[in-house]
Design a protein. Sequence first.
Length: 167
Amino acid sequence: ALSEDYDFRTGVAITGATLWITGVSFLKSTMLDFAVFFKSVQDITRHLFIFMLSLLVILVAFAEAFVIIFRETEVCQSRCREEYNTFPHCTFLASLLKVYTMMMGEIGDVNRYQGKHMAQFLYCFFAFLVVILLSNVLIAIVGERHSVIQNEHAEMVFWSNRLQFAA
C-alpha cells in the first residue's frame, strides 16, 4: 500500500511539473516581458557556471579550514559531545553546511570563535571574501547579463518563442 501511494505521488508530481512547464512555455510565447525574463534567467544560469564552481571551491576550502582548526578540541571531543552537540565544525559536512549558511547571512552563536584567533581571522576573511566581495560580483554579473538580454535581444527572444509555440 505504501509503494502504491508513493508511485501515485510520484506520478502526480511529474504531471504537475509537466503542467507548469507547459504554462511557462505558453507565457513565453504570449508575453514579451515574461519571455525576456525567462531568457535572462537561462542566460544568467549559463554564464554563472564558472562563478558557482569558484564559489564551491572557496566554500569547501573554508569548511575544511574550520574543521582542521576545531578537530580534536574540547568542543568536538566525544566526552563533551552531549554538551556541544550543535557545534558545526566537528565534521566536514556539518562545517560545509554551516559555511553555506554563513554565506547566506546566518551568524548563529556570536561566541563560537572566542579564544581561537585563527578561527576569528578565518571568519572575518570569509565574511569579506564571500559575503561582501563575491556577492557584489554576483550582482554585477546578473545585472549585466539581464540588461544585455533586455536591451539587445528582447524582440528576437519574444518572436522566437512565439514561433516555437506555433510550431
